[in-house]
Design a protein around this ligand. Sequence first.
Ligand code: ADP
Length: 656
Amino acid sequence: MFTKILIANRGEIACRVIATARRMGIATVAVFSEADARARHVQLADEAWPVGPAPARESYLRIERIIEAARRSGAQAIHPGYGFLSENAEFAAACAEAGIAFIGPPVEAIRAMGSKAASKALMEAAGVPLVPGYHGEDQDPGLLAAEAARIGFPVLVKASAGGGGKGMRVVERAEDFAEALAGAAREAASSFGDARVLIEKYLQRPRHIEIQVFADSHGNTVSLFERDCSVQRRHQKVLEEAPAPGMDPARRAAMGRAACDAARAVGYVGAGTVEFISEDGDFYFMEMNTRLQVEHPVTEMVTGLDLVEWQLRVAAGEPLPLREEELRLSGHAIEARIYAEDPARDFLPSTGTLHHLRQPRETPDVRVDTGVRAGDAITPYYDPMIAKLICRGADRPAALHRLRAALAEYEVMGVRTNLGLLRAVAAHPDFAAGRFDTGFIARHPEVMTEAAPSAEERGTVLAAAAMALLRAEGVPADPWSLRDAWRLNGDPWQELHLSLDGEEVVLRAHALPEGTWRLDLPGGWSPVAGAEPDGEALRLRLDGVERRVTVLRLEGAIGVAHAGRTHTVLVTDPLAPPGGTEAGSERVVAPIPARVVRVLVSEGDAVAKGAPLLVLEAMKTELTLRAPADGRVESLRAAVGEMVEEGAQLVTFAAE
Ligand code: ADP
């Protein structure tokens, strides 16, 4: 076994690999970019080597720097995690050349499965079923359009070298095909340096079911059962579980066999996942991921195995620890991916500082894999994942029950998250009944918007914010320090100007003895309020009833977390002009930090409402900014290649 390994990754996966290595008595070497100098994975590792500036292509993707760090630190093997270099055949080859073990499959297996198109051809030859489609070399747009027509709309255009949903477009009608093809090819070229695409029949209500496989260098290949990853947004997994609801043993065995055949066809060694799309009981090969998957913990939870330990053993030349007939599937596990993103704004990544992060308590049945702590930043450079929450139960209802409870414990302040969406899906009767497919979220738009808080909830949140402002301790000397103002004018009451969810509230607080106040809350509720600190939180007393709330002083605002939801209460300056300066539809602003990839209009152009103005790229996803109304482009402040800040005004627009 190795005595020291390097982990060529960051975030939760680097932390995850370090945990197993430590348990096995293997020293760990982390690598980090300038943006990650104080990251959790750096702190957890025994040593950590800098590999360059924040952008991944200048650090985590620099093969020679990673190899150099491994060589100089004396690491005998490199674990690539997932993403970054994990499926990069050149990297695996460079490791071999440097005499360092690559904790992953052989170079040829990565190459063979690296192209979705080529792997499909290979699987077709091996007799594994495929979705009807075109995966040829010829990329002539006319030919591709003809193939799409032959397959029949709707079709899906996918980057051959694709992953992470990048370079993927659903095309409903022939007349939209050319534009979608161009967009997919452009995104594919920028993400993977390879513009080639393939075309598939777009299945209407499929499930995504994948098989975890493992092979060793002694000729053994086993299947570690399936995971159902059908709950997706924009074709990206959100919730994953094992076993798949409704799976029967015969189909499981058939899919397991097909997956092992796929692995054997490419001489596979190590952990891999064969992804299938399944509809009406049939299943079709989609692709094989030649690495550990984000959702591997659900398999670990239902098999009791540590897949990273298996990877290390296999890479060190040991045989698989168990034979197929020794593997047991027990209970049920569900994973929820918690992202810093805004479901209401098309899942745009939400960057910023995690001012507050409270995660559920871990137990043998509740696992939290995370790479961040409170105070860390979610940057535009990397995947905006905050954590993975994995819950297990004796059966699916028990696992789901734990998942709901654990999701309710989460508190995140500083960035927007998908927690509301996750909670809504976990609470949805169709999800509970196992009635879902990959279109579940799109078909249930109600899960994207959290129900408005009740009047009582709003009152509690406002009271918590008010008490944070009024309490003697912890009120810094800033312009809205109310205690001083109250002392100055000697008034028995104080007015607080707050805003919650866009609604302005002027709240009157009357001083009572012993640090308590009577608060005139909206809706005629005037409780007597008191509060005491309780660790990170506040024990808020309203008319004698105690509630635990987390209250955080932010810049010009107060974050309040209560009953599993977080709210931002703005402290509005009474002297500021009402309404702010946002002129709404006349300005087109960058919704997130991004790079301008295309400018489609010039100053003076007349455009129709909805016409594309600019194309931005953030996190390798393209985002089109459109005209908010019919009108004329007055000024344009965006050039191709330029990085723009969140909120930057890119186009001024004179509506007609
Ligand atoms: P990526 O590697 O970019 O994540 P995949 O090929 O794994 O792309 O597909 C991602 C998701 O897209 C699938 O889980 C599924 O929801 C959807 N998808 C892929 N192919 C099809 C198809 N032919 N019909 C319908 N949905 C599909």
